[in-house]
Design a protein around this ligand. Structure first.
Ligand code: BG6
Length: 488
């Protein structure tokens, strides 16, 4: 179903995120008939580009970032026809007049939906919202999208939320965490709550521990100047990994709507075992990649990529616990890193061994049941079980797996997370976006780790590019008699 006509304004319109993700996502929605005639896209940036120049830039980005079999020349032309560019320096009032004129002119009527996507540094979120307010652009029909990071710690996140909240009502603020838009992540809710067989087992009686891994094989590439001030804890753990943890651990909401799901996620964040300096030393590992072999090619070290030595972590492993009735005593191990051996995001729920060994004298091997939820690539689920190996002799146990591959089961491409989320913004549906209290609760939990790691004695451990991270990440589990599940 097409969405309503909208003026979709992207601050940072010539930036990496806009060109690599947002415009390709809008193209794919246009291709599938979801953008109506009156849907305009206004790129805002400091670049001295006119509409034509911007269209050339976006066309090149579509060719580069949309898979070639999805590219259709007619749709590309249609999308380019929707595009405008406004050159704007946030501090320059004359520039704001130009944006104002552009948004008030042409086909758009005054009650058109206005989306302002802020794909810029968080320090600009407040000033941009103030200007939108002054120019009468923050109306009942306007929504603002905040790209992560919302702040760089609890204090800055609060300041950003205050500043944006002075202009926009919370129901019009969309704090994006694109992991929530991934098909497999949304399916996690459906798997848990639209089936009966898992829920009775989803607790400390039957679950031994949970692992959440988001590994990437790419390095920081061109994003060094942002990343070096951020690091993996702020870039990935505070948002994406904690959101995945919330969806695994949350209680069933009465029904799925914007507030109930977010209420339940908030309770999980508030139940995370608070970190103390001792726990940070014992239960967290920071790493940074050194040169190595990655994806079959020589990869430079992080320091070489950013051009100087640095103590920024590109890898994090953490052991934590959700301190509530359901999960008491069940470790949650989180791990994320760049330049690891492969691109793989997976949640693994490891169940306990059967209470009584019924086949003590059998040959073969058995393993504890495990449910692997593959977020990407090759979205799907795999349940590891033990079966009897066929044969006339005695009982021989063998691990087997039940597999669900989305590609095979549904035979269609999974839309990119941004496609889903951008349309939710236009429709005004905040369910898959982070509420202010969630973001602040996540920063609250992360704060003691940031603090401890900022001490001069703290150094991330080096790991060769193309590996599973520093050895200490293995020790984190081995000392509990466990190990990372490396493949699904
Ligand atoms: C972004 C991080 O939020 O997520 C990047 O800033 C990271 O550093 C990216 O590479 C990973 O997203 P995806 O969808 O490729 O797993």
């Amino acid at each position: 179903t097409p969405v309503e006509p909208c003026d979709f304004t992207v601050f940072g319109g010539t930036g990496d995120l806009a060109l690599r993700k947002l415009l390709p996502a809008l193209y794919l929605r246009d291709r599938d008939g979801q953008l109506p005639d009156g849907f305009r896209i206004v790129g805002v940036s400091r670049a001295e580009a006119d509409d034509e120049g911007y269209r050339v830039m976006v066309e090149a980005a579509l060719v580069e970032h949309v898979p070639s079999d999805e590219l259709d020349a007619t749709v590309v032309r249609r999308l380019l026809g929707r595009l405008h560019h406004v050159t704007l320096d946030v501090e320059d009032v004359a520039d704001w007049h130009r944006l104002h004129e552009r948004l008030k002119d042409g086909a758009a009527s005054d009650d058109v939906i206005r989306v302002f996507y802020l794909a810029v540094a968080p320090a600009l979120f407040g000033p941009i919202c103030d200007h939108l307010d002054q120019f009468g652009l923050a109306t009942e029909r306007s929504r603002v999208v905040l790209e992560k990071p919302v702040g760089t710690d609890l204090a800055t996140a609060r300041a950003v939320n205050e500043a944006v909240g002075r202009v926009f009502d919370e129901s019009h603020i969309f704090r994006i965490d694109h992991y929530l838009g991934k098909e497999s992540v949304q399916n996690l809710l459906v798997t848990r709550f639209a089936n009966t067989f898992l829920e009775p087992l989803w607790n400390s009686h039957w679950v031994d521990h949970v692992q959440i891994t988001v590994s990437e094989s790419l390095g920081v590439g061109e994003r060094g100047s942002y990343y070096d001030r951020s690091g993996a804890l702020r870039d990935m753990v505070q948002n994406h990994l904690l959101q995945l943890l919330c969806l695994v651990a949350m209680e069933p909401p009465t029904y799925v709507d914007r507030e109930t799901v977010r209420d339940e996620k908030l309770k999980v964040l508030q139940a995370l075992r608070p970190m103390t300096p001792d726990l940070v030393d014992r239960d967290t590992v920071a790493g940074q990649y050194a040169a190595g072999l990655c994806d079959g090619a020589a990869a430079p070290s992080y320091a070489d990529e950013v051009g100087h030595t640095s103590d920024t972590e590109t890898f994090v492993a953490i052991k934590t616990e959700v301190q509530n009735w359901r999960w008491a005593g069940v470790p949650f191990y989180l791990r994320t890193g760049k330049r690891m051996s492969e691109r793989l995001s997976e949640i693994v729920v490891v169940f306990k061994e059967p209470p009584h060994p019924m086949f003590p004298h059998s040959e073969g091997t058995s393993e504890a049941n495990r449910l692997h939820i593959r977020v990407q690539p090759d979205e799907g689920m795999r349940l590891h079980m033990t079966a009897k190996e066929p044969g006339p002799g005695g009982i021989r146990l063998r691990p087997v797996s039940l597999d669900l591959s989305y590609a095979t089961a549904f035979g269609q491409r999974s839309p990119d997370a941004y496609e889903r989320l951008l349309m939710d913004v236009v429709r005004g549906n905040t369910t898959l976006f982070m509420r202010r209290d969630e973001v602040e609760a996540a920063w609250t939990w992360v704060a003691p780790i940031l603090e401890r790691w900022s001490e001069p004695t703290h150094r991330p451990r080096r790991y060769p590019a193309g590996t599973h991270g520093p050895f200490a990440a293995n020790t984190l589990l081995e000392r509990d008699g466990r190990s990372w599940q490396e493949t699904g």
